[in-house]
Structures are given as C-alpha cells and as structure tokens.
Ligand binder design. Structure first.
Ligand SMILES: Cc1cc2nc3c(=O)[nH]c(=O)nc-3n(C[C@H](O)[C@H](O)[C@H](O)COP(=O)(O)OP(=O)(O)OC[C@H]3O[C@@H](n4cnc5c(N)ncnc54)[C@H](O)[C@@H]3O)c2cc1C
Length: 452
C-alpha cells in the first residue's frame, strides 16, 4: 500500500508515525512545500525572545528518525492538484512538474495567516507569524528596528508582543475587539492581565481599527482610529484560514465553516482521501457544533486517527474539546471548552463562578494567586467551560478540567472532588472546588426561581 501525505508538520507528522505503527510494510511518502523537516511552530515566539537558542532546536526529530521509520520525504515540493479518479497527485519542485500515485492520500495542509483588508498591507517590513522563515525575518527586524505594531490581540499576537518586548522593542498591540484573547477568555478574566502590558511599556489599543499602513516601499507608520502611529515593522496576527484550495479543486466537500469536512475516521467525501489538522473542521465535544480546532494537540490527535485508518487500521475521533494555553509575561493562561460568551451565542444558559485562590498554603513562602472561572450549563449542571489565569499551576488544572468536561462532570461532583494536599504544593482549599461550589449554589438559586 502506498500512502501519500501532503503537508508535513504537526498533523502530517502524526499521520506518518501512526501509519507506520499500524502498517510496517506500507510505503509512506510525504510532500512538503517548506524546506524544513517538521518543527514546532509553537516555539517560534520563544526563539525570537531568546529563551530558545535557535530555530534549529524546534525540529521535532532528526533526519535519521525518518530514515529508520522508512518515511520517504520530499521537501520544497508543492502538491498543485489531486486527481482522485486516477489516484494521482501533481507536484512542482523548483519549477519542475511530476506526478505520483497513491492508494491512500492524507491531506494535512494546515492553515495560512489571513491578510486583513488594510490599505498598504503589501509594504516591506509587514510580517506574518507561521513559519521559521517568518520568524527569521521578524528576529532580524527586531534586532534592527525600534518600534513594532502588532495587529491582533489573540494568542500568537500576545506571545509575539511578550517576545519582542524582552528584546527591548517598543510594541503597540492593536485589536478591533474590546478585549484581548477573545477566543480564550471572557473580559472579566482579562482584568488581572491588562496592567502587565503598561508595566512592560507595551501600548494596548483595544477597539482599534487599523485602516492603513503608511510608507513609501516600507512601513513608516500605521493609521489607527485616525491616529498616525510611527512604526518600523508590523506583525499581522489576526486569524488563520484553513488551506482548502487543493481539496476544493479535487472535488472534496467542505463543511459549514469552510474547512475540509471529515467523518470521525478523518475520511473526506472522496474515498481513500483523508484530512487532518488545521485544514479540517470537526464537531466540538460540548454541543457537537462544527469547529475549526487550530491547536497543536488537535492536529496531533486528528493526524493519528488519519494515519491509522489510512494504513488499514481502525481509529475514531468523534469530537474534539478545545484546550488552549499560553504563557504571557509572568502569567499563565488557559481555557477549556466554551467561554461564557460562546455558551450564550450557542443558546446555552450558563451559570458561572469566578474565585481567586492560592497555589500553596496561604502561609507558605512563594504562594501565588490563581483565578478560576467555571462555566456550567444550567439545565444539566455539567461543566462546559473553564478559564484559569495565574502565576503557576495553570496548565495541569486545565488538563484536569479537560478530563472533567470530557466526562461531563457536574458542579456538585466537582465541588466534592477528592483532592490531596501539602503546603508547598497546593492549598487544602482547591480553587476549582470552590468555584464549582459557588456555581452549584447559583444553580440551586436559579432552579428555585424558575417558573413551574
Ligand atoms: C507562532 C505560533 C504559535 C503557536 N502556539 C501554539 C501553542 O502554544 N499551542 C498550540 O496548541 N498551538 C499553537 N499553534 C498552532 C499550531 O502550531 C497549529 O495548530 C499546528 O501547527 C497545526 O498543524 P497542521 O499540521 O495542521 O498545520 P501546519 O502546521 O500549518 O502544517 C501544514 C503543512 O502543510 C504544508 N502544505 C500546505 N499545502 C501544501 C501543498 N499544497 N503541498 C505541500 N505542502 C503543503 C505547509 O507548508 C505546512 O508545513 C501556534 C501556531 C503558531 C503559528
């Protein structure tokens, strides 16, 4: 069996490894248009900040790993079309075209940063953050220039602001929304974070509409809400669009969000073609609504299922729960499932609670604050969302809450969680339990007030 994988980053890598585990005899061939072996895009901001020494350190595996696993790799190769009737792909490398044939095809095409409709966006020193090459350009600009404007206050935009400010660059972040991290946090959970920007000399412009990038050939300033802000380089980090063109040209069906539609085995609408990662949409675990999960862990899971199935095994992923995390300045931020706003948009009546606690016993030296917001569905009282902001202990709590959400735990079950305790490690009053207890009290009040 000949399995071809198009796109060799997180999802494509996971597909290749899992296909090999499932089928030792299959020919596994990958085509990737970048010049690099799979690497961690998530690490790019940390190379720019200097916390990770070089982009080379982001590589997932050395070349020998792929040789040992008999994975044939074609870098610098763009797959330009798929011919499902003849089970062929068309490839272009350095201007030379060729074809290859497959028995099973996996599309792990990823996403591309969206280009917002801003006048002058094609000027020099306007950068996006997706590839190592992007990272190299930004690092060079950061070492040459003084002022950077970042358009987009989402996860990647804020990570870049943090990284650049560590290098001494004067950063302005502009977002047209009224809050930062709108897909991760509700506004109330951003309040502890906001003062940290000015402490580091970062200007944050919310409700800011950038309408023009001004300059001759290169950026000199940007126009935001009629204010002209001098700047040396710009980073655009507004959204990522799923790469679907290849699939569309092949006649593969898209889903309601415009990403590739797959079933729980990651099969597309065309036989023997699978898709996985940032280019697909899948139901979310809470309501089953179609969602695009553009996170590394989602790409890993989807790639694994596509790889197993393409290689003749059986694996399913019926839905995904979104879990997002980031480190910003001295703070850790995580979210799981829906925010309160997203729950309301989906017609759910949410019951929420926010508590603040300590990460160690109150009296223990070095105890840090931590804030937990839990969101429950009134009707079932199950957990549907969680947000955590604090100085330590955030990631593992988010992973626990992901397990709790997957298992549809209720407010009363979470309030009565059996926890362990020792002063240097945690507090005997776990903030998650306190938040669940507070929400449970609210649920009881709401249920008492409901009309017969
Ligand atoms: C700066 C940054 C920070 C991030 N931080 C985090 C984080 O902290 N946590 C987290 O969970 N996620 C994070 N992410 C998101 C995560 O990196 C992505 O969700 C993940 O890379 C998706 O993997 P993928 O394989 O689906 O897509 P991609 O990584 O986009 O890979 C797709 C590959 O397909 C190739 N390709 C596309 N079309 C073709 C074609 N026609 N022919 C050949 N090759 C093709 C592309 O060149 C690309 O290499 C971050 C992303 C960025 C950019």
């Amino acid at each position: 069996m000949r399995i071809i994988i198009v796109g060799f980053n997180a999802a494509g890598l996971s597909a290749a490894i899992n296909a090999r585990k499932t089928n030792l005899d299959a020919e596994i061939v990958v085509y990737e248009k970048e010049k690099y072996l799979p690497y961690s895009r998530c690490g790019i901001p940390f190379v720019i900040s200097g916390e990770v020494k070089s982009f080379q350190e982001l590589m997932e595996y050395p070349e020998e790993f792929y040789e040992k696993n008999n994975i044939e790799i074609h870098l610098n190769c763009e797959v330009t079309s798929v011919d499902p009737a003849n089970k062929k792909i068309h490839v272009v490398k350095d201007g030379t075209a060729s074809t290859d044939r497959y028995d099973r095809l996996i599309l792990a095409l990823g996403g591309t940063p969206r280009v917002p409709p801003i006048k002058g966006i094609d000027k020099g020193n306007v950068f996006y953050v997706r590839t190592i090459t992007d990272g190299e350009h930004i690092l060079k600009a950061a070492k040459t220039f003084e002022k950077c404007a970042i358009i987009g206050g989402g996860m990647v935009g804020l990570e870049m602001a943090d990284a650049l400010s560590k290098l001494g660059v004067k950063v302005t972040i502009i977002d047209r929304k009224t809050q930062i991290l709108p897909n991760l946090l509700d506004e109330d959970m951003t309040r502890r974070i906001l003062p940290e920007f000015s402490k580091r000399g970062i200007r944050l412009i919310l409700n800011g509409r950038c309408t023009e990038i001004i300059g001759d050939k290169k950026v000199q300033a940007i126009k935001v809400n009629d204010e002209i802000l001098p700047t040396d380089f710009v980073i655009i980090s507004t959204a990522v669009d799923p790469n679907v063109l290849l699939a569309v040209k092949a006649g593969i069906e898209l889903g309601e969000l415009g990403a590739i539609k797959v079933n729980m085995r990651m099969e597309t609408s065309i036989k023997d073609i699978y898709a996985c990662g940032d280019c697909v949409e899948l139901p979310d675990l809470i309501t089953g609504r179609s969602s695009c999960f553009q996170v590394r862990t989602g790409a890993d899971s989807m790639g694994a299922v596509a790889g197993v199935n393409a290689a003749g095994g059986y694996s399913v992923l019926p839905a995904i729960l979104i879990v997002g995390m980031l480190q910003l300045f001295n703070m850790q931020i995580a979210h799981v499932g829906y925010t309160e706003r997203q729950a309301k948009q989906r017609g759910i009546i949410p019951i929420v609670s926010i508590v603040e606690g300590k990460t160690k016993a109150d009296y223990y030296p070095g105890a840090k604050w931590i804030q937990v917001k839990l969101i429950f569905e009134l009707e079932s009282t199950t957990l549907i969302g969680a947000q955590i902001v604090g100085e330590e202990g955030v990631a593992m709590r988010a992973i626990f809450l992901s397990a709790a959400m997957t298992n549809k735990m209720t407010a009363s079950e979470l309030a009565k969680l059996h926890i362990g305790y020792t002063p240097p490690l945690n507090n005997h009053i776990e903030p998650i339990c306190r938040a669940a207890e507070a929400a449970y009290d609210n649920i009881k009040i709401c249920l008492l007030q409901l009309p017969e």
